[in-house]
Structure formats: structure tokens, C-alpha cells
Design a protein around this ligand. Structure first.
Ligand SMILES: *[C@@H]1O[C@H](CO)[C@@H](O)[C@H](O)[C@H]1NC(C)=O
Ligand SMILES: *[C@@H]1O[C@H](CO)[C@@H](O)[C@H](O)[C@H]1NC(C)=O
Ligand SMILES: *[C@@H]1O[C@H](CO)[C@@H](O)[C@H](O)[C@H]1NC(C)=O
Ligand SMILES: *[C@@H]1O[C@H](CO)[C@@H](O)[C@H](O)[C@H]1NC(C)=O
Ligand SMILES: *[C@@H]1O[C@H](CO)[C@@H](O)[C@H](O)[C@H]1NC(C)=O
Length: 211
């Protein structure tokens, strides 16, 4: 659960977060929890921002006990906007990366994006400062977190311009997988179909109010 930050990258972080700061409203902090109808071990486990590289974190299993509110890495935010033509607001999940520095900057607001690979349908959520434009746009159905499918290419017809859809999908899984270069039991997003990774188990992802 340790997150360390090399002092040398502070300048880059503050520069990129300034450039990419968008006009979002923010809610939080809240906790993130997975729910599983089929797996008692997974059901109700909280998630924490687990170290995946310099200033990069994934979301890993953190047990069923309510996390210590003083522990770093268990509280998250949602930056949302209604500007994108959607009926409901969407925007990135955010983790505040603590910066052990003096001066006015105490954290770097780090949006969640998905790390896709060219050879598997299992994508890995990562929080990383400065990735605002690639951030995964999520929405809330009550407390559960979804993403929007803009088009369904399984219905495409050659030469015929498709109708756009805006379907809410929830393809969250917990898998044993690489998160950066570390191997964890972590939250993932399966792009389509059954996950290629046989350790993956479907879960719903939801926010829980702080105790
Ligand atoms: C439940 O999930 C845990 C953690 O991913 C896994 O080790 C275990 O095999 C799963 N149990 C069943 C019954 O699927
Ligand atoms: C933020 O909330 C205010 C008050 O509801 C609203 O007027 C504004 O348009 C919102 N901004 C964005 C970016 O959604
Ligand atoms: C999230 O929204 C807050 C409040 O508007 C802002 O300070 C922060 O920079 C935003 N973070 C990202 C990654 O857009
Ligand atoms: C969300 O909350 C509303 C109002 O409480 C309820 O009617 C609806 O069934 C809930 N939806 C889900 C998916 O739980
Ligand atoms: C995409 O379209 C196919 C074929 O109509 C349908 O079976 C499937 O449920 C759709 N998927 C989504 C996520 O909308």
C-alpha cells in the first residue's frame, strides 16, 4: 500500500495537471468496493490504489474491513461533466496522488484511464497524473459504476452509416494480472466477450460513503 514519488518528476506532474485541468465538478471522497454474486471471497472487498510504477497506481483488493481513514490510497473522487451530450453526467474516477513536497502542491489529481493491450481483451485501470485526455469516462447508476458504449459494431452493415447508441455497460472483473510491471489481484475492464485471462471473475464496482 505504499506509494512513493520521486522528487524529480514533480515539475512534470504539476505542469501536465495544469495543462489538462478541465472544467469538472467533483464529488467525493468515497470508497470503492467490489460486489460479486458468485464469489464470497471477493464480495464486499474494498479497493486501494496499489503501486504500479512511478506515480502510477492500479486498483487492488484490500479486504472487507472498512479501510483506516488515515491510510493513503483508499479514498477516491469522481470528476464529472454534463457537457458531452449525454443525458447523465460522466467523467473520470480520480485519485489524489500525495506529493511529499513542501510548498502549495500537496497532491496531483490523477484520473483513471484504461491500459489496453494489443493481444488481450483484459484492460487495466490506472491512475496517472497528466492522462486527462485519455481518462475513462464513467457514470453512476445509483452507486454502481458503468461506462458508455457509443456504438455496437456487431450490428454494422457495410456502406451503411451506423446509428449511435449510448448503452451503459459494466464489464468490471477482478483478475490476477499485471498492473504496470507488478502482478496483483486487481480490478480490470474486459472490453468484450469472455475474459481471455482464466483468473478473471466478474464483479460490479461501486462507491461506498466514508464511515
Ligand atoms: C473467488 O475469488 C478468489 C479471489 O479471486 C479466488 O481465489 C477463488 O478461487 C474464487 N472462488 C471461487 C469459488 O470461484
Ligand atoms: C457544475 O455544477 C454547476 C452547478 O450545478 C453547474 O452550473 C455547472 O454547469 C457544472 N459544471 C460542469 C462542468 O458540469
Ligand atoms: C478534478 O476536478 C477538480 C475540481 O474541479 C480539479 O481541481 C482537478 O484538477 C480535476 N482533476 C482532473 C484529473 O481533471
Ligand atoms: C436506483 O435507485 C432508484 C431510486 O432509489 C431505484 O428506483 C432504482 O431501482 C435503483 N437502480 C438500481 C440499478 O439499483
Ligand atoms: C450488440 O449487438 C448485438 C447484436 O444485436 C447484441 O446481441 C448485443 O447485446 C449488443 N451488445 C451491447 C452491449 O449492446
Amino acid at each position: 500500500m505504499k506509494s512513493t514519488l520521486k522528487t524529480g518528476i514533480l515539475a512534470a506532474l504539476t505542469a501536465s495537471t495544469t495543462v489538462l485541468a478541465q472544467n469538472y465538478n467533483q464529488t467525493g471522497p468515497f470508497l470503492l468496493q467490489v460486489k460479486s454474486a458468485n464469489n464470497e471471497t471477493l464480495d464486499g472487498q474494498y479497493l486501494y490504489a496499489c503501486h504500479a510504477g512511478a506515480a502510477i497506481e492500479g486498483l487492488c483488493l484490500n479486504g472487507k474491513a472498512v479501510p483506516n481513514m488515515l491510510a493513503a490510497g483508499t479514498q477516491f473522487y469522481w470528476n464529472y461533466t454534463t457537457y458531452q451530450g449525454n443525458a447523465a453526467p460522466t467523467g473520470p474516477l480520480v485519485w489524489n496522488l500525495p506529493l511529499s513536497m513542501d510548498g502549495s502542491v500537496t497532491y496531483a489529481s490523477s484520473p483513471m484511464s484504461l491500459q489496453y493491450y494489443s493481444f488481450t481483451n483484459v484492460a487495466v485501470p490506472l491512475f496517472e497524473p497528466g492522462y486527462g485526455s485519455d481518462a475513462a469516462q464513467v457514470g453512476f447508476d445509483n452507486d454502481t459504476i458503468y461506462m458508455l458504449e457509443w456504438f455496437n459494431d456487431s450490428t454494422f452493415v457495410a456502406g451503411q452509416y451506423p446509428t449511435q447508441t449510448s448503452q451503459q455497460i459494466q464489464n468490471w472483473h477482478v483478475c490476477s494480472t499485471y498492473v504496470g510491471t507488478y502482478y496483483y489481484a486487481a480490478l480490470t475492464w474486459v472490453t468484450y466477450g469472455a475474459p481471455r485471462n482464466p483468473t478473471c471473475e466478474p464483479v460490479t464496482l461501486q462507491k461506498v460513503a466514508l464511515p
